[in-house]
Design a protein around this ligand. Structure first.
Ligand code: NAI
Length: 481
């Protein structure tokens, strides 16, 4: 059997590497239009950082796993074709700022239709709007040359930073197919692939539309949990309750569970925001305005939380950060990844730069080039009907951005430190050394609750931790709006 995956990204690469590892008899080829990405997959420095990924790729590459730019050849030779291309939010035209941009997806589908000469199972791995399988069928069969295509939905639930572990031991694998005999036969073929390492009771087979929608709903639920605890963090700060204690007390209830209850300055990443926007748009297109408004609140609270964090920083530092050096620890949207797509830290940095701070940014996995790119990028304002552009940094503001090669260098002579990613190394820094090298009074704003505020106060820092009892100084500074 030959499997071809179109899209060698955060999902295509790790997913196919694990299939190749667990199914030695299957030939797996990952193809991409980006020659740079493919070259990196074929090198010692993979294009994405994921713990344990390199070992697996190294073990399978040259055996039954390969990476290629020859999209047409490998698609035409494959029995199963996964589509794992990016489906970002549309930036212009109908549905801009909300709808999923299916340009890449459509081009992948058209390639399959154009080059296929034998029957194929085509698997939607990308996260797509519900009923995209119908459009896929239309594209594939417009000139099918007698070829039989079976379409399956097999959304991916891995989380960046734990992708390998998630793929090796998934909570569940979801396979959606049409309820026809041919559709069910195709479901069984894909099920047999996963059955090489996933226990059968964890492979859920459902109808195609349910599978497509389940992925969007799963992400919306996870994001909703974060926004819920983040909303409560604001109330904790106002009342003296401690959000970690509240989260623990609530999460112990088996009906709630403990996961995704860590308060932070906001969530980001390539999936949550775009998938909720896509869900909102689908609801609106189906005339379900109230349902759309309900899910929009999850994003509104996320924006509220990021703004609140910036306001805390500025108000605590005597209402001005003009010319002050602020060390930013972490830029990736979460630990153990170098991915910065929709990272909440981007908005915080832009907010501080807007108030004329000077930033010294350190992240163990994000390059200076990426940081500068993200800070100069325009961002769509999802909450307006027009596709308004938000802040674009001026060249002067970009001069206020510096990067550092470690946390100590970033904090040297800084007035404040903002912790924006939960990298383990930030828990173990020598904060006394950092304190001594900083301007006084020295402020720490912990957007991820990775440090112990009491220990830092004992050193001499003025500390703000999300949702924790406030330092008297921070509390005394009113935050408007
Ligand atoms: P990505 O942007 O890292 O990778 C997509 C790749 O597809 C790119 O390398 C791009 O060059 C390639 N591509 C685009 N059009 C192509 C075409 N016509 N032919 C060949 N290659 C093409 O995206 P990522 O993060 O891997 O996401 C892929 C899909 O999986 C998205 O729909 C995403 O929502 C979904 N997903 C992402 C997760 C994540 O953690 N990143 C988790 C679960 C699902």
């Amino acid at each position: 059997m030959k499997i071809c995956c179109i899209g060698a990204g955060y999902v295509g690469g790790p997913t196919m590497a694990v299939i190749a590892l667990k199914c030695p008899s299957v030939e797996v080829v990952v193809v991409d239009i980006s020659a740079k990405r493919i070259a990196a997959w074929n090198s010692d420095r993979l294009p994405i950082y994921e713990p344990r990924l390199y070992e697996i790729v190294d073990q399978c590459r040259g055996r039954n796993l390969s990476f290629s730019t020859d999209v047409e050849r490998h698609v035409s030779e494959a029995d199963i074709v996964f589509i794992s291309v990016n489906t970002p939010t549309k930036t212009c035209g109908l549905g801009a700022g909300k709808a999923a941009d299916l340009t890449y997806w459509e081009s992948a589908a058209r390639t399959i239709a154009d080059v296929s000469t034998s029957d194929k199972i085509v698997v939607e791995k990308s996260t797509v709007p519900v009923r995209t399988g119908e459009s896929l069928k239309k594209i594939l069969t417009h000139n099918s040359k007698g070829i039989n295509y079976q379409i399956l939905s097999n959304p991916e639930f891995l989380a960046e930073g734990t992708a390998v572990q998630d793929l090796l031991r998934p909570d569940r694998v979801l396979i959606g197919g049409l309820e026809t005999p041919e559709g069910q036969k195709a479901v069984q073929v894909l099920k047999d692939v996963y059955a090489h390492w996933v226990p059968e009771d964890r492979i859920i087979t459902i109808n195609l539309w349910s599978a497509e929608l389940s992925k969007l709903v799963a992400n919306a639920y996870l994001a909703q949990r974060i926004s819920s605890i983040n909303a409560i963090s604001a109330l904790c700060e106002a009342t003296g309750a401690d959000v970690s204690e509240v989260a623990h007390a609530v999460g112990e209830d088996s009906r709630v569970g403990p996961m995704y209850l860590n308060a932070s300055f906001g969530f980001g990443g390539s999936a949550f925001i775009k998938d909720i926007l896509s869900l909102v748009y689908i609801c609106e297109c189906n005339g379900l305005t109230d349902v759309a408004e309900y899910w929009k609140q999850v994003l509104k609270i996320n924006d509220f939380q990021k703004n609140r964090f910036v306001k805390r920083v500025i108000s605590s530092m005597f209402n001005t950060v003009v010319g002050k050096k602020i060390a930013v620890l972490g830029f990736a949207f979460k630990k153990d990844t170098g991915d910065t797509r929709d990272a909440p830290g981007i908005d915080v940095c832009k907010g501080l730069l807007d108030d004329e701070a000077t930033l010294s940014i350190y992240d163990p996995q994000v390059s200076e080039e990426q940081i500068r790119y993200d800070l100069t990028m325009q961002k769509l304002d999802w909450d307006r009907s027009s596709s308004n552009k938000l802040l674009i940094l001026s060249p002067t503001e970009m001069k206020q951005v510096h990067t550092a090669s470690n946390a100590y260098e970033a904090a040297e002579e800084a007035h404040g430190v903002c912790i924006l990613t939960d990298w383990d190394e930030f828990r173990e820094l020598d904060y006394r050394k950092i304190y001594e090298a900083m301007c006084k009074p020295a402020f720490i704003f912990d957007g991820r609750n990775v440090v112990d505020p009491e220990k830092l106060r004992a050193i001499g820092f003025i500390v703000y931790s999300i949702g924790k009892p406030l330092d008297p100084w921070v509390k005394s500074r009113a935050v408007a709006g």
